[in-house]
Ligand binder design. Sequence first.
Ligand SMILES: Cc1cc2nc3c(=O)[nH]c(=O)nc-3n(C[C@H](O)[C@H](O)[C@H](O)COP(=O)(O)OP(=O)(O)OC[C@H]3O[C@@H](n4cnc5c(N)ncnc54)[C@H](O)[C@@H]3O)c2cc1C
Length: 366
Amino acid sequence: MTHPPIREQEPLAQHTTLGLGGPARFFADCSTAEDVCAAIAYARERTLPLLILGGGSNLVVPDTGFPGVVLHLMSRGMECALNGQRADVRVAGGEPWDDVVMECIRRNLGGLECLAGIPGTAGATPVQNVGAYGQEVAECITAVYAIDIDTLRPVRFSGGECGFHYRGSRFKEADAGKFVILEVEFSLAVTTRAVIRYPELARAIERDAARAGIPAGTVTLEQARASVVRLRKSKGMVLDPDDPDSRSAGSFFTNPLVTDQDLAAICRRWADAGHDEPVPVFPAAGMHKLPAGWLVERAGFPRGLRRGGAGISTKHALALVNYGGSTGDLLALASDIQAGVLSAFNVKLEMEPVLAGAEPWRQRHG
Ligand SMILES: Cc1cc2nc3c(=O)[nH]c(=O)nc-3n(C[C@H](O)[C@H](O)[C@H](O)COP(=O)(O)OP(=O)(O)OC[C@H]3O[C@@H](n4cnc5c(N)ncnc54)[C@H](O)[C@@H]3O)c2cc1C
């Protein structure tokens, strides 16, 4: 099997949005399914661990780098088939996600517009069920086409087989590092109207429309996209070389989901510590979702905090930022924040980005 050109000692910092991480022992740009299979075989022949890399926007790479083969997915392509009032859109895994959203809006296809401005590739979106402003890819994904790393066979998962939930799926948990996602299929509505469910976004759209002299009423897909991007920019959540706060992996912690009983204990603990401010909470499928950013700030880690070369964004308490330090600095800060929130609320914050090298596949094969 001929493999794609393999580079050695490729610095991974330039492939992550945090701009952190040491070199990859081997690095393969893969544009086709054949490239992907060959890169997997290359790793297997040398009994080396494998790391799948898309846009590197949800990845923390250790300062020591990655001691195996990095499979960089760069496949491109998008096909759209109209199906009555819906369209089936099949997208190659290496397509930049924001381009996919823009193209769907251009074709009057609704369902992804609130996910504009999110960095990374289409193939990574099922991994953590990418979501923002009341939309998640799980609502639209009908199929995921992948290569099984153990057998090199193609596999198809229906949307229901992906095990989607809040910021997770089988690809991030039980089957982490087991499949390379080559293509994702979405079912989108043929429409020019956006459905807005998130109050903060609805207010922003109203404000933006008033500013532009557009009468209130129907919200177009493009209006929704523009307001989402403006909102995200105000939070440093759009990649921008001129905004040092965007040198992050997005939200570093997921919002904890807790039971009735947990919530009561958390509120009691907070009140017993002498605080009048109520603990903010949102309903989430029979559970309660706590805003992790609020927990971080109330545990004594304000926006703009700096520790060595790492810090918290000045615009968003959940974004940990590389201000010219190392992965070590970043993880030390993350671990202090986790300890602080545990001590203040007895809540364990879970890290949202993936720590390269920690996947189960590496432990099985590496
Ligand atoms: C500024 C900023 C804002 C963000 N905002 C959001 C947001 O609003 N909502 C949200 O959900 N996320 C957000 N993120 C996180 C991130 O953009 C998404 O998780 C994105 O889908 C990651 O894509 P990627 O291609 O960069 O994946 P990578 O970072 O390259 O990889 C992430 C994980 O997915 C695996 N992976 C990647 N591609 C594949 C593939 N083809 N097959 C199998 N596994 C794969 C990797 O091995 C790794 O485990 C944000 C990040 C940044 C930097």
